[in-house]
Ligand binder design. Structure first.
Ligand code: ZN
Length: 130
């Protein structure tokens, strides 16, 4: 009954923002990139940032938070999968085929915008690896 009127589902996580006062460029290691299933070729030309730690952020390198999102729009196929009690993975895969941007992909864009770190996105999206 609910799926007849539901238009979409939004997933959100909060990630810590890099402190603007001690933000610095750095080159991530292969291991760090691998945690996001990326190779160095995938991120050629990208700049990565981290917080060096300062008085303003009490040495943490972070200040405040920002959201990362995924939005699944329901169409007939996805409604049917939900009504058939399909697995979460099957529903996610169908949404991915329709172009849904996952939390992890949203997180990568936030990393590439220089707002958060690889570690934050990995720790907040550990269960959404598709
Ligand atoms: Zn700082």
């Amino acid at each position: 009954m609910i799926t007849a009127t539901l238009e979409g589902v939004v997933g959100q996580r909060l990630v810590r923002r890099i402190c603007p006062r001690c933000r610095e460029e750095f080159t991530p290691t292969e291991e760090m990139l691998w945690e996001l299933q990326l190779r160095s070729e995938d991120v050629a030309g990208r700049t990565f940032f981290r917080g060096g730690g300062c008085d303003y952020c009490r040495g943490t390198g972070y200040s405040g938070r920002t959201g990362i999102f995924e939005i699944m729009l329901l169409d007939d196929e996805i409604r049917q999968l939900i009504n058939d009690r399909a697995s979460t993975n099957a529903i996610r895969e169908a949404a991915r085929r329709r172009g849904m941007r996952t939390l992890r992909e949203s997180g990568m864009l936030t990393i590439f915008d220089g707002l958060t770190t690889i570690e934050e996105v990995v720790s907040q999206t550990i269960y959404e690896q598709l």
